[in-house]
Design a protein. Sequence first.
Length: 205
Amino acid sequence: MKMILLGPPGAGKGTQAKGIAARYGIAHISTGDMLRSEVREGTPLGREAKAYMDNGQLVPDDVIIGMVKNRIQQPDCQNGFLFDGFPRTIAQAEVLEQITDIDRVIDIEVPDERLIERISGRRMCPLCGATYHVSTHAGDKCSCGGTLYQRDDDKAETVAVRVREYHRKTEALIDFYAQKGKLLRVNGDATVDAVAEEIARELDA
Ligand code: AP5
């Protein structure tokens, strides 16, 4: 199984990805997580990407494509993989077509006004990568013991740029994959469990 999770920032891609990847026994590949790890380690790639990420802009296609090509060669991708946050431009999708065949693309749809509320309340664990929301999680501790933090690009003004970038550069992928007959559309404006159930139903069908 090779799948893509599409959707705007804050749609719930990361939240849903873990369950889908576990259910199908495939690797979860989040280009955002990979970039944040490069930034933390201070690699040349991380230093280049940081300026774009901090401003809410997309990192250049060639940087992302090189990173993804290496990642899908890893042994844990042999059974398949789920891309979370890739591709994000038509150019990235066209290169992906040349590298591998994608079976399904799940588009999680959430109205813009809900995205800001979700992202501004998001808190992350630096140790295990778990994601929480302040409305449903009291305090600043993760279940693993880590102290939760807010992502640098989750400030309101940066979120607005990220949502604009999504509409300008990424949304066109919905039509791109619909025309190939690979697109499944899911209502992301529902509870986490309801979204997970709808995704499972669509994939089973
Ligand atoms: P990335 O890390 O991929 O960020 P994103 O796409 O903006 O997505 P998010 O992680 O913000 O949201 P999500 O959809 O995963 O939502 P989540 O599940 O966390 O990318 C970051 C940056 O890296 C980009 O801006 C860009 O610079 C760069 N980049 C990455 N990939 C790139 C690429 N391919 N090309 C170029 N540049 C790239 O949920 C959000 C919040 O909502 C959480 O608090 C969660 O608890 C809550 N929540 C989730 N689901 C629900 C629900 N159903 N109901 C209520 N609350 C919910």
